[in-house]
Design a protein around this ligand. Sequence first.
Ligand SMILES: [Ca+2]
Ligand SMILES: [Ca+2]
Ligand SMILES: [Ca+2]
Length: 219
Amino acid sequence: MRPPLTGFALAALLLFPAACAADKVHEESNGRVWIEAEDFHSQEKTEKRRWYLTTLKETPQVEPDGDPNHAAGASGGAYLEALPDTRRTHSDKLIRGENFANEPGSVAVLNYRVRFHTPGRYYVWVRAYSTGTEDNGLHVGLNGQWPESGRRLQWCEGKRSWRWESKQRTEANHCGEPGKIFLDIPAPGLHTVSVSMREDGFEFDQMLLTRDPNHQPGN
Ligand SMILES: [Ca+2]
Ligand SMILES: [Ca+2]
Ligand SMILES: [Ca+2]
């Protein structure tokens, strides 16, 4: 039987409810892991940009941000956005390492704890909301590494709506090529899956890691 909560533990739970999400370990089951963006364990490299929680009731008070709250269509009624968003159109000044980061792991990094039972290749899908042409790039990584197959996730279609995508921006196709975004899990056990901003203003709702190369989550 679970022991009753001490007064101290109860006070800590009431004061720090967010600690519950931070402690979450995502569990792989049947070759799939679903991750809510807002259930991150930690974030780092937050000097220039940071991931802010947006919910049905709360909108981050960070300016500039060119568009309104999109929590109504988000899974769990919540998502994260990399703010501030100073580059919203192609004519806004591009500042590397600040409003744009082609190198993953350098700006606004989120970490998620995931327990895998089945090692192997997992294709990565992300649900995002893109308004313009400069808020639709992201990177994913594993255990502090940023493999080529996790770089430059790209969204082009489905502007102004929540959209699942798994495409890699390449020289040949700036709108991204399917089937190229994946993480190779080396062994069963606890791993850290990370997300790193490529463009500020990116809105991140959910992530799916799947062993099935043909599994496409519905929008
Ligand atoms: Ca925005
Ligand atoms: Ca931007
Ligand atoms: Ca969400």
